[in-house]
Every structure is written in structure tokens, then in C-alpha cells.
Design a protein around this ligand. Structure first.
Ligand code: ATP
Length: 236
């Protein structure tokens, strides 16, 4: 079995006195693509932000590449190989090029130039708009920029919060297609989503319900479970 990249154990976290995560644990292995499926308000963003160090957990721990990162600053997690794409994905007030530079800010200059050339070749729609403000891009292009920005630092694991948010079904399909290409290049992915279409990317799925992990397993195993089939696929 592939080695573990990320191992979060029994995380509890919240806002003020309101607890949102109730002992959530998850693992992402090397070259694995994991989807964290949950409805609005289930705690997906809270869990991802906790993994990234944007929220301090009350209890539990997080290991990345065998190192305890539970109390590590976010920028140190990024240097260690974790990249995060928020729902917004990029900075609208900055140019495409500057967004990419921020994504790769910890990468040596020559390597970053090479990496950006590669990414522009993969995302031709943003390559032609390098000097344009991200705010002038279409919703779909902005999402592509968000992915390219997150990948500019050549992360070991890309953590994404609802890449489908605000996108039309056509662009959702395009985002899934592009992530599928990176997946086949064996990039490790952790994608939080409520859109079950993203399950086509999943080697493994976790469901998050009320801040607790409900199910963990393959998409096939999810289909075999009547309650999950009804809850997530609307099938009898
Ligand atoms: P969504 O798809 O709507 O983003 P989610 O699964 O990502 O949902 P979270 O954003 O993690 O869920 O929110 C989980 C719970 O925490 C919700 O009840 C939400 O209202 C609450 N919450 C989120 N952010 C804050 C905050 N800054 N202060 C207080 N409560 C918050």
C-alpha cells in the first residue's frame, strides 16, 4: 500500500464556543485522489482550513509526510508540500501572472519560471491573459487560474475546497476533466465537494455529516450502501 502523505486524527474544532468538527479523522496516501463529500454546512471548509493551519484545532493531530504539523504555521505547511485552493481560488485584484507567482512564492525563481511555462501550456485560456486582472476572467477561467496557482509551487498534495462552487455544469465538467489529467499524472488530491460528479475522480471517499466522518471507502462501496445511495445519489 502507498505511504501516507496526510493523516489527520480525531480533529475537533469550531468557532468561539460553537463546535463544528467532532473527532474527524482522514488519511490521504501518496498518488491518491480522495473526495470529502458533504452537504452545505457539514464542516468541509472548517476541516480543510484546520488541515492547512488556518484554524487551530481544539483537539486531535495532523501529520504530513510523517511530521507532526498540528501547530505548524500555514506557510510552513505550504513549504512542506501542501497546497490549498479556497472556494475563491485566486486573488481577483491581481494579474494572472502575479497570482501564479504567489502560488509559487517558495519555489526558486528558475524552477518557478519552468513550472509556470508548463502550467501555461496546460491552461492555454489563461496563458493568453497573463497580464489581465484575474477579475476580468470568466468564472471557469478563474477556477483554472486557481488550480494553476495552487500547482505553481509543485505541491505533494493539493487540497481543494468546492472547485464546483459558482460554476455552470459545463465548466464543472471541464474542471473535472483537467483534474483527471493531473490525477493520471499521480498528483495527490483531497477535494471537498457536495457535487457527486466529482466522485469520478475518487480513489476513496469520506462523507462528512454534522462535523463527523460518516462513511469511508470506495465509490463502489458507497453504491452498495442503501442509505448512502439514497442520501447522495437520490436513488431508491
Ligand atoms: P459550505 O458548503 O456551505 O461551505 P461546509 O461544509 O464547508 O459548507 P463550513 O463552512 O465548514 O461547512 O461550516 C460548518 C459550520 O460552521 C456551519 O454551521 C457554519 O455556519 C459554521 N461556521 C462557518 N464559519 C464560521 C465562522 N467564521 N464563525 C462561526 N460559524 C461558522
Amino acid at each position: 500500500m502507498a505511504s501516507e502523505l496526510l493523516h489527520a486524527s480525531k480533529l475537533e474544532a469550531g468557532y468561539g464556543r460553537v463546535q463544528v468538527l467532532w473527532g474527524a479523522s482522514l488519511v490521504v496516501r501518496e498518488h491518491e485522489s480522495v473526495v470529502l463529500l458533504g452537504a452545505n454546512g457539514a464542516g468541509k471548509t472548517t476541516l480543510l482550513k484546520t488541515l492547512m493551519g488556518l484554524i487551530d484545532p481544539w483537539r486531535g493531530d495532523i501529520h504530513f509526510l510523517g511530521q507532526d504539523i498540528t501547530r505548524l504555521r500555514t506557510d510552513r505547511r505550504v513549504r512542506a508540500g501542501l497546497a490549498y485552493m479556497s472556494e475563491t481560488g485566486c486573488f481577483p485584484g491581481l494579474s494572472v501572472q502575479d497570482n501564479m507567482r504567489i502560488g509559487g512564492q517558495f519555489t526558486p525563481a528558475a524552477e518557478l519560471r519552468r513550472r509556470m511555462d508548463e502550467l501555461y501550456a496546460t491552461f492555454p485560456a489563461i496563458a493568453t491573459r497573463r497580464r489581465a486582472l484575474a477579475s476580468s476572467l470568466s468564472g471557469g477561467q478563474r477556477k483554472m487560474l486557481g488550480i494553476a496557482k495552487a500547482l505553481a509551487g509543485s505541491p505533494r498534495l493539493l487540497v481543494m475546497d468546492e472547485p464546483s462552487a459558482g460554476l455552470s455544469p459545463l465548466f464543472v465538467k471541464e474542471v473535472i476533466h483537467i483534474l483527471g489529467r493531473f490525477r493520471s499524472q499521480r498528483l495527490s488530491l483531497l477535494v471537498a465537494e457536495q457535487n457527486v460528479r466529482f466522485l469520478e475522480l475518487a480513489d476513496r471517499v469520506y462523507t462528512l455529516e454534522g462535523g463527523r466522518i460518516g462513511f469511508e471507502g470506495t465509490v463502489a462501496a458507497m453504491h452498495e450502501n442503501d442509505a448512502l445511495r439514497r442520501a447522495y445519489f437520490g436513488l431508491k
